[in-house]
Design a binder for this molecule. Sequence first.
Ligand code: FES
Length: 619
Amino acid sequence: MILTITVDGAVVSFPDRDGQNLLDVLRDDIGVTGPKPGCGEDACGACTVLVGRRAVTACTTPAAQLAGQQITTVAGLAEDGVLHPVQQAWLETGAMQCGYCTPGWLTAIAALLARTPDPDDDRIAAELAGSVCRCWTYPRILRAVHRAAELMNHPELLLPVPPPADARGWGARPAGPAPAAPRLPAGLPWDQAPKDGETFFGPLCDGLVAVVSDAAAGAPDGAAFDAARQHSWDAPDGAWVHVSADGTITAFTGKVEAGQGTRTVLALLVAEELAMPPASVRLVMGQTDVSPFDPGTSGDLLTGVRRVERVPAGGPVTRPAEWQPAGHEARAVGGADVVTGAKRFPADLRMDGMLHGCVLRPPAFGATLRSADTTAAAALPGVLVVREEAFIGAAAPDRATARRAIEAVDASWDRRPQPGPGELADYLRAHPIAAEGRSAAFRHEAGDVDAALAAGPLRLAARYTTAHVAHVALEPRSALASWQDKQLTVWTGTSTPFRARRELAAALGIPEAVVHVLVPDFGGRHGSAVALEAARLARAAGRPVKVQWSRPEEFRCGYLRPAALIEVRSSAGRTGAITGWSFCTINSGQAGILSPYRIPHQRIVYQPAESPLPQGPYR
Ligand code: FES
């Protein structure tokens, strides 16, 4: 049976599939991506829409119940080409970081203000208790609600709806269908291509390209250049901008925007240095084909590096005291797209002919596949089952079918014993491992610590533990992968696009030069795991495949903040001055563990350990 609803004023039809929720219908059948997938169980509000004037969470609302009804998403809040008061209030107060939660908040607040034109703080807190902002912008959200209430009485102050950012030019951000990856004419990613004039003008129009070069000092060459490129995003010839004949400036960076405001800040700095209005600057971020090599936004930058940089005094960089656009209040670049629902996160992207993928997960971390019968899954109409060693995935025309196929796999697993919460600290101590880089073991010792600890008239010892903590970014992991002419393109949210390129190439057995990673602005902090899943399925299917993790997958398979055991022993003299210090931390990392105090006898140790759960950096 075909059902009909009205979404943002347009009448649309969709097939009545058993148990289909409104969120999947809006996003997958109709292509309306303002409502976001978050918790999947009415606990975060990211998918809030209006049914008539009532706010509901689309993830738990059966679509079939809504036949004939009027649905309003964030994209339908504006009327007559003018922003809704709550959209404008959001922009004025800057009530967003990544913006992933914003569409849900806006629709929920629009419903609240329709019922209660001037709510007080208690009423706002009570009525919006079902909405969550993982970036913790609540104080600004509160201000935004009050400002929206004011604007409801002043329609003359409301601004026109701005056009989507992509309408203003290439490369600002993917919108709607995933854009083709820009390719350089050499056929190589820019960081691997020869740096001649022709390199630049494949994806770019005529104009001027300015490349940052260490001409005065003489650019390093050979091994020195490679070493620099491996360790520094701003290596010679590593940064460049393009200025077109119409004055538009396009700057390229391997950095990504994950809600920290880097897109806004970097654009302001480029505008500042070039003495141009900020509106003329576009930033292309995290696209491995055209961005300077960047190892990622983390401490990895200096791991293993011993390098002295001499920066000439009185260089050409504008002093902060002379800044014009930079250093002053500015609206977030792309903020208008967030409040109108035009911004596309990785999970919002789609391609013609795209399939949806789902992956078989172990029942516990570390469990290994003993056997699997995929016959029933492969027999489902439209389903392709892919098996590559322990990887089993299914691709299907819709997510519900792909999920059903995975549920139909008859798998058995070998589990390994896992420690309970009360055994975790002792488990970490009993399972030291060797590690490299910033995860490597660390030991610093000075003086005679044991003697100082034994002699000190004042002695203190303490043992601390920290638990594994789930990140719970509101945006679940998602990636879209497409193969064409043996070239792989993936769109995914990762803070390390170049590392993702390397990992994808290694896992798939292909050169890095044929892997193209594009990072739309996103709200979680993810690696390359979901991109690899999508790439495997897309390669087997011969069609683009999108994989989007569910909230249970996020909790069960995503990495956690490391758990830790920390043991401290100390001694002090009668005056209270610390004389001996023994500090040992297991599994939590070595950053910041050196003592800031002058302690004559000290031993500081970091020991990596085998973790019983997946772990990684915490945002
Ligand atoms: Fe709310 Fe990021 S701005 S989740």
